[in-house]
Every structure is written in C-alpha cells, then in structure tokens.
Design a protein around this ligand. Structure first.
Ligand code: FUC
Length: 745
C-alpha cells in the first residue's frame, strides 16, 4: 500500500548520515549524550536500550536480521484496592529481516540529546538504517526502516502479546486487545506503512516484499484511570483512543513526527547541561560498553570492589579518567526520567520498562526509599514537569490508604502505607508509619523548588496537613517527656522499637515542612503553633557510645552493621535537620555512622551514600563512591543494578551529582559544596535551587569563576561559596551575574 510516507523516504539524506555513522567516527552529538555499541543487544536487562514518552516505552535489541522490540504501557497493572498487584509486560514485536550476506559496519546508538535510537549496518552492499522514537506530543512510537537502495526490505512482522491475546491481522495492521484478571482492558495496535513493494496478511502476522521504506506506528493503552470514585477505570475500552492516536499520527510525515518529538523532548532535556572536563580521545572512541570497561580498569587501580557480575576481575584495559562518562550517566538519568514520568504514572522500580509478568519486587512503588529516591533529583535537574505523576499518583491512592489504615489500626485521622504499593491503592509487606511522611517530603520539596502556589494549595498542603494530624494522634510520651513514634521497624533491619530515628527524623521534617507550607499560604496560624510546639517536644537525634548517630532510641547500633538502608541519616539527606553548618556535632556523628556502613553497597544505597557525603561536604569521598558505582553496578546499557536492574540507582546518582554542585536545603544557595579534586574544571547550566532559582556557574582549578542566577519567583536569597556569602534581592525574571568571589559583575 502506497501512502503519505513516500515523499519523506529521502535516500540522499539518509546516505549522508549513513557515511558518518557507518564508519564509527566520532558522532556529531557530544559523547556525553550518546550510548553506542558495535553489537546488537542480547540481554534485556543489561544490553537492550530504552525509549519512552512517560507512558509508552520500549526496549530495543537492534539485531540486523531481526528487530526485536519489547513494549510497555505504564498502567498495565494487576491488583486492586486490596492487592498491590504488579506491573505487566505489554508484549513484543519482531520484524524479521532475513539477509543474504554478513553484516558489516554495524552500529546501534541511543542519542539522548534527541531521544532517538538508531541502528545502521551494511549487508549485501546495501546500507540500512533504522530509527525509533516514542513521541510525547503524538502519543505513538515510530519505527522507521530505510535503505540506500530501493526494494531492500523483505520480511515479516509478528507480535506476541504479553498475556497471549491473539492479534487480529489485517494486511497493514496488527490489533491486539485483552483483559487482565483484575478486569483492566488493554489494546495495542501496530500500523505498517510501506513505500513501494507489497504488504500481505499471513496467519502469523504481516509479510512485506521489496519495500523501499517501512514505517511502523505503534499505539497502546488501557482503561486505567487514577480515580477511585470512578472505580479506577475510564469506563471505555481503549480501542477508540488507541485508534485515534494512530490515525492522527498516520496523517503526518515522518519528518514532522520526528521534528515535533525532538522539539518537545529538547524543551525539557536541553534545560540543563553539565561539563566536568574533557575525556581522552581514546575513551571517546570506545563504544559505551568498552568505555565502561575502560573506566572499570581505571578505577580498579585504586579499589577492589566487585562488579555487577559479582566478580572482581577487571579486564586488562588501560583506562583513563573519563568525566564525560560520568556526565553521560547524569544526563542518562534525565533522559530516563523524561521517558518514564510524564503526565501519567510515576516512574516505578524500573522506570516503565519491564518484560516480566512476575517482575522483581512487583516492579512497584516501594515507599521505604525507592520511590522517594526516584524523584529527589527531578526539580534540581530542571525537570519539574516530570514530578506531577508522583503527586497525582499519591493523591489518587490516599483515600484507599486512609480506609486501610483505619480498618487495621482504628485510626481517626491520616493514613499509613506498607512498603509495597500499586496503582489502585493496594499495598503489601510491612506497615511502615514513616513512609508516608517521607513521600510527603518529596511533595513539599517540589513546591520549595517551583514556588507553585496552586500546587501547594491543592496537593502539597492537604497531604502534609493530614499527615501532621496522623502524627499528632500517634506520637507517645517517651523518656523525659519527649515525643516518640510508636513501635515500628527501621527499614529493613533490626528490632521493632519505639522512637526509631527513621520516624523521629521524618516527623521532624514533616512538621517543619508543614510550618513552612502554612506560612507560604498564610493559613492555619493556630494549627501551625500546635505543630511547632509538637516539633519542639520531639525526641531529637542522639549520639551513641561509639560516637555514631543512633538508629534506635536506645544505643543499640552495631559498628559492624553494613546494612544498605541508611534510615537514621535522613536528617542529613534528604532532610534538613542535620548539617555541618548548623549542627556540626551531629554531622560528625553522621560521618561516624557513614564510615561504619562503608562505601560499597547495593544499587540505590550507593547513590544515597553519594548524596549524604555531599551534604557532609566531602567531595572526594562522594567521588570515590561514584567511581565505585560506575565500576561495580552500572551495566553496559547504563542501567544501574541492585541487582537486579532498579532505576532508583540511576536517579539517585543524578541526585548525588546535583548535591555535589549546588545545595539549597538550608535556606541559602550553597555553590560547589562538595566539589571533588577529580572535577577541577567544569560548568553547569540550568540547575535549580529552592526558592525558584536557576543557577549557571563555571569553575576552574577547583575554584568558582562565575555565576549566573535567575529568579523565577522573585524571592530574596543568600548565595554562599567557601567562606563568602551575599544577600540578593530579586524580582521574578531578575538575572544576576557574579564573579567567583561573589562580587557583582
Ligand atoms: C527496598 C530495599 C530493597 C529493594 C526493594 C525494591 O525494600 O530494601 O533493597 O531495593 O526496596
């Protein structure tokens, strides 16, 4: 079938980029924005590459003879209000492309500057090229196959639904609809478009012959709705919406879909850039997998950590410092966030990529660190739009949690959750009272960064206030009349006890955020006073017998304990109760505890260690842990592994990098609070600070050289660097330029 795409199959244009890519010369995009490989992916978890638009996602393998694409839609969830459920696999399509001759010049790459995945290779004298993207503006995935000689595509498309629903096969379309056992309806459609040649329906899929240029449009959806009052369903099968999305996208040229996608993506991604010095040309020319190996080889000279396969053998690669790879990992976290969290459900334990119907940890929203960590960096790294999925999800499940808490504990006000959470409000595993206050901290922080009053009024304030009421009812009098939390766990180890630091610190944080929130809205003065009085009576941090910050109310901490959870350090990060600048003794005790926990860890825990040491202002320590993270738990596709793959490590890494460069949790903007010797020269543009500020800065030889500060909300602020501080009064839109000594330019 001929169609609108004919005119956009520009062979000449394709040839140009083919030459550049086919010879594996340095790509035009900076190497800190490209992941590339000289082999197809074999393994989903470690090698395949993710694309997504915050709702739809795919993992791409890129083999020349068989393009395998595994699909996800972020609301394809089992479960209900009682059962947490788990996140499901939508399915997998395969484009079989049998070829006559061996493949040469193979390259697959993910350009995170444009959010486009490309595969190029030569076979039988024909240069082939594929591009794949997931468009947010058009809500479809686009897969585009071109070649430099006409009629080069012959093969077949098949689709395997994740729950074995059978596709309805038309000559140009595969439509697959099904229902999960909780009644959730879903549908996926693949529309095949050919320039030249023929298409035909077969018993198993769609066959194509002698096609010049093949385009696949993929749309998918479910009838999930994040509203309890409507039974968590839209009330309509997804067929109409999915069909419409496909029809709308099908009216447009590929070049237009591509341009709209890049424009939309770049509006978010392009807002923050980072440079930490140049890497060597040798490093730059390595594929990402080899580059990681080289990095490991370099780090291995100074550390003995095991890698993600659990062995400590590091290939004999002469590595060199590679700050561009460290930047790539930071920007990759931003790419993954934009691709997995926009206007729909929040990023789960694997973002939104999952090929398993019984996934590790349900691929859910764990609330005793993981979902919080996912969102720590989002506002800092100038991706505030990606935050609302978290607040909307939380807002949607609170009514269920409120009822469940009342049924279980007879509570009158507020709610609690258990560590495993789904999308219909069901939760499982241990009840952890502090978890809710912890998510509420993210909820507050989003306001602190954006100064969005409407959000504060409609989402943050009601959520925070209700939890204050819960704690008002739950706190008990403990030793010396201090208020302590009821008996609970410190995630996820040790005895059940009263007054665990986890809860004490989170309640302190919640009350502090409430006070600030009610002041910002100028409401509830009386209740604010009450909460202030309660906060003053809370049992505060305690220093134990070996100088450590106590995890429990009684001095129980074992100096040999290396557990991954760092729950008693929340006051340092992400909280604001302990800082070397305001509470130096507690900060010292925090260091003692952190030294005892060690620098190694599983996935996310190591990222948290970077954040905590950054808050303790030890730049070299943060970089050592960062080195260890890249060496031992970053896989060739740059996913972080716990093991298995958990995206919190990727996102937590980005939070750590932000904390090393700019901190703003103590009421002022602190520049370069934890700059390591390994980053003597660099620059960053577009980091955000609390109070609605955007920061650009540059440094050289370990010293700040220039700063540009933009105010979005017109607040006064204090900027600090080293021993210096300046107070600035700004209007919305004011831009101020400072020298390295903070004098005005
Ligand atoms: C928490 C952690 C585990 C794991 C799981 C998904 O329970 O303690 O390490 O990350 O979440």
């Amino acid at each position: 079938m001929n169609h609108i795409y004919i005119s956009s199959c520009g062979v000449a244009a394709m040839l140009l980029s083919q030459t550049a890519l086919g010879q594996a010369v340095q790509p035009a995009t900076p190497t800190s924005q490209v992941l590339w490989y000289d082999q197809p992916a074999g393994n989903w978890e470690t090698e395949a590459l993710p694309i997504g638009n915050g709702r739809l996602g795919a993992m791409l393998f890129g083999a020349a003879e068989k393009d395998t694409v595994q699909l996800n839609e972020d609301s394809l969830w089992l479960g209900d209000e009682k059962d947490t459920g788990m996140y499901q696999n939508l399915g997998e399509f395969e484009v079989a492309l049998p070829r006559a001759k061996p493949v040469t010049n193979y390259r697959r790459e993910l350009d995170i500057g444009r959010a486009v995945h490309t595969v190029t290779y030569t076979s039988d004298g024909v240069a082939f090229r594929r591009e794949a993207l997931t468009s947010y503006p058009d809500q479809v995935m686009v897969f585009r196959y071109t070649a430099d000689q006409p009629g080069s595509y012959s093969g077949a498309l098949t689709f395997k639904d994740g729950h074995d629903a059978k596709p309805v096969i038309a000559p140009d379309r595969l439509t697959t609809a099904g229902q999960l056992k909780n009644g959730l309806q879903y549908e996926s459609q693949i529309w095949v478009m050919n320039d030249g040649g023929t298409l035909a329906a077969t018993p198993t899929g769609i066959a194509f012959q002698n096609v010049n240029c093949l385009t696949l449009l993929v749309a998918a959806g479910t009838d999930y709705l994040n509203q309890r009052a409507k039974g968590w369903r839209t009330g309509e099968a997804p067929h109409r919406r999915v069909t419409e999305q496909l029809e709308q996208a099908g009216k447009r040229q590929y070049a237009d879909l591509l341009a709209a996608h890049i424009k939309d993506y770049h509006a978010l991604f392009g807002r923050c850039s980072l440079e930490l010095g140049s890497s060597s040309d040798t490093n730059r020319q390595l594929s990402t997998a080899k580059r990681l190996t080289a990095y490991r080889g370099y780090v291995a000279k100074t550390s003995t950590e095991t890698n993600y396969n659990g062995n400590s053998d590091v290939p004999n690669v002469a590595g060199a410092p590679d700050t561009e790879l460290e930047v790539l990992l930071f920007q990759y976290a931003r790419y993954l966030m934009i691709s997995s969290s926009r206007n729909r459900l929040p990023a789960n334990l694997q973002g939104l990529w999952n090929n398993n119907n019984n996934p590790p940890w349900r691929c859910d929203y764990h609330s005793d660190v993981n979902v919080q960590m996912n969102y720590w960096f989002v506002d800092q790294a100038n991706l505030s739009e990606c935050f609302s999925p978290l607040s909307e999800w939380l807002y949607s499940v609170i009514p269920v949690r409120r009822d469940a808490t009342k049924a279980e504990f007879g509570t009158k006000r507020g709610w609690m959750t258990r560590s495993e959470n789904g999308v219909f409000g069901g939760a499982s595993y241990i009840w952890v009272p502090g978890d809710a206050a912890w998510v509420a901290q993210n909820i507050w922080d989003h306001y602190a960064f954006t100064q969005d009053k409407d959000y504060l009024q409609t989402r943050a304030y009601p959520i925070i206030k209700e939890l204050c009421e819960f704690w008002e009812d739950s706190l008990k009098e403990g030793p010396g009349g201090k208020l302590v939390s009821p008996e609970s766990v410190s995630p996820e180890h040790g005895p059940k006890a009263q007054g665990n630091s986890y809860e004490q610190q989170l309640v302190y944080d919640l009350f502090t955020n409430y006070i600030d929130a009610s002041l910002a809205l100028n409401v509830d003065a009386e209740y604010r006073q009450k909460i202030t009085a309660l906060r003053d009576r809370l049992l505060g941090p305690q220093i134990g017998k070996w100088g450590q910050l106590q995890e429990w109310m009684t001095d129980l901490d074992d100096p040999k304990e290396e557990h991954r959870h760092l729950s008693h350090l929340i006051a340092v990060h992400p909280g604001r109760q302990i800082s070397p600048l305001t509470t130096p003794k507690f900060a010292e005790a925090a260091k003692v505890s952190m030294n005892a926990r060690g620098d190694g860890a599983t996935g996310w825990s190591r990222a948290w260690k970077i954040c905590i040491w950054a808050r303790l202002q030890d730049g070299n320590r943060t970089h050592k842990i960062l080195n260890g993270m890249l060496k031992s738990q970053i896989m060739p596709n740059l996913f972080d592994t716990h093991p298995p793959f958990q995206i919190d490590g990727n996102f937590g890494y980005a939070a750590g990098v932000c904390e090393m460069l700019v901190q703003s949790h103590m009421g002022f903007i602190h520049l370069l609070p934890a700059l390591p010797d390994a980053w003597p020269t660099g620059s960053v543009k577009g980091l955000r600070a609390r109070g609605g500020f955007e920061v650009d800065m540059a440094w050289a030889n370990g010293k700040l050289t220039s700063v540009t500060l933009r105010s979005l909300a017109g607040k006064t602020c204090q900027v600090r660097y080293g021993g210096k501080a300046v107070d600035l009064t700004m209007q919305p839109g004011t831009v101020i330029h400072l020298n390295g000594d903070l004098s005005r330019k």
